[in-house]
Ligand binder design. Sequence first.
Ligand code: ZN
Length: 287
Amino acid sequence: MIRVTPIQTGTVSIRPHHHCGEEGKGPFRRKIDMLMDKEWVENLPIFTYLIEHPEGNYLVDSGDTAENTAKDFLPAWHPFFKHGVVVKVAPGEEVGDQLRAMGLNPAKDIKALILTHMHHDHAGGLHHFPHTPIIVTRENFLLANSFKGRIFGCLPQYFPRWLSPTLIDFTNEPYGPFDQSYPLTKDKSIVLVPTPGHMRGHMSVIVRSPDVTYVLAGDATYDQTFLLEELVDGVTYDVALSKSTLRQFKLLGHQEPTLLLPAHDLNVVERLNKELILPRTELEVVA
Ligand SMILES: [Zn+2]
């Protein structure tokens, strides 16, 4: 049996121009809009996902940490961390605490932690997993640990000193509409696919159960409504590339019943409970 369970590690608030950039604007102007923005979107959930699979339990992303709730913990020199984001994570809301509350020992009961990418709200809970294999793309790990990574939303100064993840490169093995993939489980029902645009080396996790295909999309899209309209966030480094990632998700939804589970979508729980799959009619846009 395969089961996917969202675990919410607090909330994050961001600017509307971060949530969704203006059509026709490139990456640089989208960043300016984000910094000039005076509004906030409502608090968005920070989801990690537990996948229970016959080969073991996998966790996708580690959420944020309660430490980032304290403003002086985030770099004060940084305009994004100073003006662009508010993290709210209570101590008991960190993913390690929540796994324990579910009866799972984070040190022993997780076969691997997969990071869609290493932004602060996805890699903030790494300290709960000192003995767990951690998987991230080579491209994303190198970027996250560079100066550019610090500029664009990562906090490598707070990564645990023991961190030494398994760095993956995708093979040219197509999976559905994706040209490249990386099978995670022996039965190939969990597959990692490249979904660039939000951050270099960003990947998504595809979980194929007998009834439905789950797409754990990280931040490849913030919200299903944006996906369906092919609207791209303010963070993107390449708008066309982000859009092509969104089209690949839509194409997958056309090929098989697909349930979209991004990291900050307000409707994730309802979508799972009601088994609301991606609407296939939207595919006319792609065809
Ligand atoms: Zn992100």
